[in-house]
Design a protein around this ligand. Structure first.
Ligand code: PMV
Length: 329
């Protein structure tokens, strides 16, 4: 059996615009998904998942039959989670040239599902790493990132950038612009995360921005402005200017709000953070619900968020410089 883990992430800047070739800067955080993989002596898959923001569920199926899971959670969530596991297994079978390999897979994740913290990328990257190692093949970080991207794109009908998967595979702060992905240096950033308990539909939100961008030139300009903002943000990161990063995060939230991907609960949490004198705050990920990220070295934002209606959970998160890694082999 091999156990691998990979981190979740927040977007310091650039979600949505990254889909149209603008740069984005996601940062890995110390919340991890762990995937244990054991090869079976048949070609079936048995998947047990825990803590994926839904009751633990177990699904057993082989590739020939419909999965027909007998579980008591919303089908759409199970299907979403299983889609990533399936795609990760397909990548691992391909990488190890073992098309008939079957596995028992156990997933444990500290990352809330679909909340903008990169849970699917973390499960996919850790799953590919653990399954290939179990088959005796060791992939480079770049190859895991690339295969995790291909798996995510397949599940999301091509509506995925390389940002989430590259960040989860490599860890740290990264810069992604089209196919150009690299890690960049960053100061220790005082992240505070607020979670509204909900989730956004990434596919729908991405299509909404695409439609706006096609309808209005000023929406296309807004997307391009996010790209300009990210380039300024990179300078602030290189200088370690955390105050400037905060101002730019506030600006980035305003542009995302204009593109229609915020929500009342996300806006409430952003304003609670600003009222608590956070250096900056914005939604993170696709939006529509889920998480905000703020920068605040003091305790004020975390405390304010805990008292904000609609905020289910608030916590501090540290930048994680480790990407995908083996926990047990
Ligand atoms: O909510 P998440 O973690 O799936 O992030 C989505 C980020 C988008 O830029 C909206 C889409 C993408 O694939 O980059």
């Amino acid at each position: 059996m091999v156990v691998s883990s990979a981190p979740g992430k927040v977007y310091l800047f650039g979600e949505h615009a990254v889909v149209y070739g603008e740069p984005a800067v996601p940062c890995a955080i110390e919340l991890r998904a762990r995937v244990a993989v054991e090869e079976r002596d048949d070609d079936r898959l048995r998947v047990h998942a825990e803590d994926l923001s839904l009751d633990g569920f177990t699904v057993e199926y082989s590739r020939e039959t419909d999965m027909g899971p007998d579980v008591n959670v919303a089908d759409s969530l199970v299907e979403a989670a299983m889609g990533y596991v399936d795609a990760a297994v397909a990548q691992a079978r391909d990488a190890a040239d073992a098309p008939d390999a079957g596995f028992d897979i156990t997933i444990e994740s500290e990352i809330p599902l679909g909340a903008g913290l990169g849970s699917s990328a973390a499960v996919t990257a850790a799953g590919i790493d653990a399954a290939t190692r179990e088959l005796g093949v060791e992939l480079s970080t770049e190859e895991i990132a690339d295969r995790a991207y291909r798996a995510e794109s397949e599940v999301q009908d091509g509506e995925a950038s390389r940002a989430d998967t590259f960040c989860s595979a490599s860890g740290g702060a990264v810069r992604v612009e089209g196919d150009d992905c690299r890690t960049i240096s960053a100061p220790d950033l005082p992240f505070v995360i607020g979670f509204d308990g909900g989730a956004g539909d990434t596919g729908k939100l991405v299509s909404g921005v695409r439609a706006l961008r096609e309808e209005y030139d000023f929406a296309a300009d807004t997307v391009a402005s996010i790209g300009d903002l990210v380039r300024s943000g990179e300078d602030a990161l290189a200088e370690g200017n955390v105050e400037e990063l905060g101002r730019l995060m506030n600006f980035n939230h305003g542009l995302l709000e204009a593109l229609g991907v915020s929500s009342r609960s996300l806006d409430n949490m952003v304003w609670a953070a600003r009222d608590a004198d956070a250096l900056g705050a914005k939604l993170t990920g696709a939006g529509g619900g889920g998480c905000i990220v703020a920068l605040d070295p003091s305790k004020a934002t975390e405390t304010a968020l805990k008292f904000t209606p609609g905020c289910e959970d608030a916590f501090r998160a540290k930048l994680d410089t480790d990407g995908v890694r083996v926990e047990e082999a």
